[in-house]
Design a protein around this ligand. Structure first.
Ligand SMILES: [Zn+2]
Length: 230
C-alpha cells in the first residue's frame, strides 16, 4: 500500500550526450565558432589511459579548437601508420615537445627557423600523465630521436582537478596554449585568438568543479588539490 504523504520515488532521468566532447548536451563544450587555423600541425600522442578518461581530458578539447591538429591514440608509436606517415612525409618537419637538454627553446627564439624552410612544423605532444608518458617513451624509442622543442611557461598550471607532479606541469590544453605563444614568439606561427584555448579550458574546469559539488560519492577519487592561479 502506498502511503498518501510519501513522495513518489524519483525516476532517474538520462541526459542527452554529446559524442564530440563527451559531455552532457546541455554542458557541451564544443566550440560554436570554426576551429582556429595554425601553420603548425599539433599532434597529440594519447596514452590509452588518457583516451579512456575522456571526460577530464583536455586533449580532445584542444583538438576541437584547432583546425590543424589531431589525436593519435597508442603506446608504441614507432610503427604506428599515422605517426609514420607524418614523420616520413618530406613536406613535414617533425619535432617532439620534450624538455631534454638539447631541446630548442622556443621561448628564447632558439629554433633554427631557416632549417625548417618551406616544410610544415609538426609538433608531437605526449598527452598523458607523467607516469604514462614515461611508458610511451620507453615503448617508442624513436620519439626521442626527433628534434625536441621546449618552452618556458608564462604561468603555473591552472588545473586544480587533475594531479600534476609539480605546479609548473601543465595540462595538455595549457601546454598547447603556451606552445602557440612560444611559436609566435619565435616567428614560426601566428596565434591571433589567445583567449580561445584558455576559455575552453576554464569552461571545462568549472564544469568539473560543479560535478564535484554535485557528486558526493565517497569512492570518487577526484580531489581539489590546490587553489587556482590568479
Ligand atoms: Zn560537445
Amino acid at each position: 500500500m502506498i502511503e498518501a504523504n510519501k513522495p513518489a520515488p524519483e525516476v532517474p532521468r538520462y541526459r542527452e550526450f554529446c559524442w564530440q566532447c563527451r559531455r552532457p548536451k546541455d554542458l557541451c563544450l564544443c566550440p560554436t565558432i570554426p576551429p582556429m587555423p595554425t601553420r603548425t600541425r599539433i599532434v597529440l600522442l594519447m596514452h590509452p589511459m588518457e583516451w579512456k578518461h575522456e571526460k577530464c581530458n583536455t586533449g580532445r578539447l584542444t583538438c576541437l579548437n584547432l583546425a590543424n591538429s589531431e589525436i593519435i591514440p597508442g603506446l608504441c608509436f614507432d610503427d604506428n601508420p599515422r605517426y609514420r606517415a607524418l614523420v616520413d612525409d618530406p613536406a613535414n618537419y617533425p619535432v617532439l615537445l620534450y624538455p631534454g637538454k638539447t631541446a630548442f627553446d622556443l621561448s628564447t627564439g632558439g629554433f633554427p627557423a631557416a632549417e625548417l624552410g618551406s616544410r610544415q612544423l609538426v609538433v608531437f605532444l605526449i598527452d598523458s600523465t607523467w607516469a604514462c608518458a614515461k611508458a610511451i617513451l620507453r615503448e617508442s624509442p624513436g620519439l626521442l630521436t626527433l628534434p625536441c622543442v621546449k618552452f618556458t611557461p608564462t604561468v603555473l598550471s591552472r588545473y586544480i582537478i587533475k594531479r600534476q607532479p609539480a605546479p609548473i606541469c601543465l595540462s595538455t590544453i595549457e601546454a598547447t596554449h603556451e606552445l602557440l605563444l612560444a611559436l609566435e614568439h619565435s616567428g614560426l606561427d601566428s596565434y591571433p585568438d589567445k583567449e580561445r584555448l584558455l576559455a575552453a579550458f576554464f569552461a571545462m574546469r568549472d564544469y568539473q568543479l560543479e560535478r564535484i559539488g554535485v557528486d558526493r560519492n565517497p569512492r570518487r577519487k577526484t580531489k581539489i588539490l590546490q587553489q587556482p592561479a590568479p
